[in-house]
Design a protein around this ligand. Sequence first.
Ligand SMILES: [Zn+2]
Length: 401
Amino acid sequence: MRADRVWTNARIATCSAGAEGLGVIEYGAIAATGGRISFVGPAKDAPGANEVIDCGGRWITPGLIDCHTHLVHGGNRAHEFELRLAGATYEEIARAGGGIVSTVAATRAASEADLVASALPRLDALIADGVTTVEIKSGYGLDLATETRMLKAARQLAHERSVEIVTTFLGAHAVPPKTASADAHIDAVVAMLPQVALHADAVDAFCESIAFSPAQTERVFAAAAAHGLRVKLHADQLSNSGGAALAARYNALSADHLEFTDVAGVAAMAAHGTVAVLLPGAYYFVRETQLPPITALRAAGVPIAVATDCNPGTSPLTSLLLAMNMAATCFRLTVEECLLGVTRNAARALGRDADIGSIESGKLCNLAVWDIERPAELVYRMGMSPLHARVFGGEMTGKCA
Ligand SMILES: [Zn+2]
C-alpha cells in the first residue's frame, strides 16, 4: 500500500522494546499512513509514498516525551530565588509572600486564557527540543474552580500547538491557605474528583512530611480508582515515607523523584511495573545531595524515565535535553538510559506506551530529526538543541519544520 509520506536515508534509533540498546537501523526509512507509522526498516524495503523526504543521513528518534511537568501556572518565583541568594530565610521569604502560596495566588487570579498564554513560551521551549508529548499537572489552584481551569488550559495547549498533552490532577499538592487541616483538604480533593475526572488522565499526590501522609495519599488513590483513573506519586523526595512502595501497591503508573526510596520501595516498584521518573532539574535547583537509588533500580529492572519537573518553585527548567544532561551528570545515567528515559519509558509512565515512545509500525508517527553524528550528542550538549525537524502525527511541524 502507498504511504502518505516516507522519510528515507536516515539513521533511526527506534527505542523499541524488543530491540537491543536503542534499536538502531542504519540506512533506514520510516513511512507514515493516516498519521501512524506504517513501515520502519531498511530504506531499500520502504514502500512507495506520495511524498519522499531525504534525511541526508540524519538521526531520527521517537518524538521526545516530558512525562512530569507543572507547565501551567500563574506568575514565577524569580524574586524569591533572588531573596534566597541574598541570604533571606524561609520565614522572611514567606513574609514577603513567597513559597507555593504565591503561585497559588497568581494561578487563582489568572483566567484560562492567561494560563494558556503564559504556558506557551515554556511549551515552545520544549517543542524546540523535539518534544511531542507533555504531561501537565494541576495543583496550584487547590480549589475546584482553579484546578479545573488549570486542566482545561493544559488541554487547550494541544489546540495551540502540534503536541499531545496528557493531564494529571494534583489537588493533593499542598494544604491551601485558610484550610483547617491536611485532612480537611483531602476531604475537598476527594469531593473534587468526580468533576475534575472529566479533564484529567491521571491523579497525582505529594506524599511528604511537608505535604500529605501515606494515609492521606491512600484516600486520594482510592477515590481515583473509584473514578477509573490511574495514579502517580511525588514520592520520597525529601525523606523516606514509603511513598514508592505505596504507589506500587496502587499499581501507580510511576513514582517520581525517589531520592530517599529504599530497597523495599524499589522491589515493590519492580513487582508492580511502576516506572521510576527521575527529576534531575529539581535535584540540581534545590542543591539536593541524596542520590536516587540508581543501582538498585537497575538491578531490579525498574524502567527509568527522565523529565523536567518544570515548575516555578523547585525546577524552572524548560529543556528536556538539559534534563538528560543533568541525569547523566548528576545521576550517572548512561546515554541509552537517558534516551529511553524520554521515549519508551516516559510513554510507559503516562500509560501511553501502546501509541507513543518508540518507532514501531502501528504507533503514532511522532518523530524528532536531529543534526547530530551520534545519539550521545543529545545528552552531551548543554543549552543547544540540534533539532532539525519535528514530525507530529505524520506531519512535518514545530518550530524547525
Ligand atoms: Zn513535580
